[in-house]
Design a protein around this ligand. Structure first.
Ligand SMILES: Nc1ncnc2c1ncn2[C@@H]1O[C@H](COP(=O)(O)OP(=O)(O)OP(=O)(O)O)[C@@H](O)[C@H]1O
Length: 473
């Protein structure tokens, strides 16, 4: 007899509800974005949903009725979560590789009957190939970044050692990174920055780090130092008898001397407009004509220009040719003023102190107090001014240690009394002062013993206070 013939409205309703529920479950099973794989208690596949086909590329008819043991043996999967769940009688999650090359994460849940025996195992399968690829990509990028960082660090170290350039501050490290990126190509670089920030130092570094170092010279033209009437003949050279007072043999110009090398045009903003036009032609045609000459001379040079003026404004005011500006302004690099990179000051003092100790055959050093004052000063003349002060101290002091009171008045005048701008109790302020003093001393010392000698205390005191103030060498 058909069950629907039983005339019991409650039962009828119950069967209808079961049918509906069954329909819903079937739909949920098929519509699930995650793969669902159902096996019996022996590991034989009862059913898979569409998502499994999408994820693994396997067909329902190929796996239904197949035991997971066979599928693993055939290499369809490298391992089976179902088999592990049957073995462990517990939920198991594994990473699984499918023959198609994709990776999945599978969670197998054993379903128990009333007697505690496994009836079925339902596994949830999710494609994680993309995730794994992204993780591998991230790992590769991380490795590349670390490699690049360590190459950069050894490059910076090399520059400091070999070229005697201080670049301790993050600002300067960024500048060097940019400069080194373009150094090996023939790109035109414009160095911008206040007077004395190190534009010429940077130009020389670019030349030294380029293949041109082996083939040609680094020729500097200071456009503001050469009188305008001489600039043209200095830059372009002249033939014998080109003008009164000209050498009989003629003279090659600075551009010619930079053949195969680098022409550094310092203070480019001071280049007179008529020479700007002639220079632009020389760049475009890659040849020059000496004054009084008739034959053009081929020249191959790289240009690095520097200025402390605002070339954009000069172009707007008609003081600088727009076409030349665009021709030069390929890679602009701004060297920050010293007041914005105070981290460089102790190292610069140390570097100049070493230089002048060698030069004057002395053993001088700055006291931590004096260094603190030099760090605080805003240095309108930038690194050049600092270097000059260090040298001045060498020739004007007699003792080996240069103390605060030895410094010129304009530096001392600049020092503000600490109490006027610091808050806190006497104890707190003293502690802050002690910390700063120790920090400055550590900056100029190579060992804690050296720092202790400078401060006139035991090395153990230095170590103890370093710990207290969380300082390191
Ligand atoms: N990072 C540095 N490390 C060591 N010495 C430096 C550094 N920067 C500049 N100097 C020194 O400071 C002085 C001034 O540097 P440089 O002549 O390169 O500055 P500049 O910007 O070209 O100046 P100007 O605009 O006046 O021509 C030089 O003696 C140079 O050796």
């Amino acid at each position: 007899m058909d069950i629907s013939e039983i005339n019991n409205p409650d039962l009828h309703q119950y069967i209808e509800a079961l049918k509906n529920e069954n329909e819903d479950l079937k739909k949920a099973f098929e519509c699930s974005y995650d793969g669902i794989w159902i096996c019996d208690a022996k590991g034989v596949t009862i059913s898979i949903n569409k998502a499994i086909e999408r994820i693994t590329g396997l067909k329902k008819e190929d796996v239904t009725g197949k035991n997971m043991i066979d599928l693993v043996e055939k290499g369809i999967f490298d391992q089976s979560a179902t088999l592990k769940a049957l073995e462990e009688k517990n939920t198991v999650t594994i990473m699984q590789k499918v023959i198609s090359g994709i990776s999945t994460i599978v969670t197998a849940n054993p379903i128990f009957d009333q007697n505690g025996n496994i009836k079925k195992v339902i596994s949830n399968v999710r494609d994680i190939t993309e995730l794994i690829q992204l993780r591998e990509q991230l790992q590769r990028l991380e490795e590349e970044k670390n490699k690049y960082q360590s190459e950069l660090n050894s490059l910076l170290h090399h520059i400091e050692e070999v070229n005697d350039i201080v670049l301790k501050s993050p600002n300067m490290k960024k500048v060097i990174e940019k400069v080194m990126q373009v150094a090996k190509y023939d790109t035109t670089v414009v160095l911008l920055g206040e007077s004395g920030t190190g534009k010429e130092v940077m130009a020389q570094l670019i030349h030294d780090s380029s293949p041109r170092k082996e083939k040609g010279e680094f020729i500097r033209v200071n456009c503001s130092a050469i009188p305008a009437e001489l600039l043209e003949s200095e830059m372009f050279g002249y033939e014998a008898g080109a003008f009164t007072g000209a050498k009989k043999s003629g003279k090659p110009g600075l551009i010619e001397l930079a053949h195969h090398g680098t022409l550094f045009l310092d203070e480019i903003g001071e280049l007179p407009l008529n020479i700007q036009a002639k220079f632009l032609r020389a760049i475009q045609e890659k040849e020059i004509m000496r004054l009084g000459g008739v034959t053009p001379i081929k020249v191959n040079f790289r240009i690095i220009a520097a200025t402390n003026r605002n070339l954009n404004d000069m172009v707007a005011n008609g003081e600088f040719r727009e076409d030349l500006f665009y021709r030069l302004n390929v890679v602009p690099v701004t060297i920050p003023p010293l007041r914005t990179r105070k981290d460089d000051i102790p190292k610069l003092i140390e570097s100049f102190t070493n230089t002048f100790n060698k030069y004057y055959d002395t053993k001088k050093r700055f006291s931590p107090e004096a260094i603190r004052i030099l760090i605080d000063y805003p240095w309108p003349g930038n690194v050049r001014e600092l270097k000059n002060i260090v040298e001045r101290m060498f020739v004007t002091t007699s003792s080996d240690t240069i103390y605060q009171q030895d410094l010129p008045n304009f530096l001392l005048r600049h020092v503000k009394p600490e109490v006027s701008y610091k808050n806190g109790s006497l104890k707190e302020q003293l502690a802050q002062y002690e910390r700063e003093l120790l920090q400055n001393t550590l900056r100029v010392s190579t060992t804690t013993y050296e720092a202790a000698a400078l401060l006139g205390v035991d090395q153990s005191t230095v170590v103890r206070k370093m710990k207290k103030y969380h300082l390191s060498m």
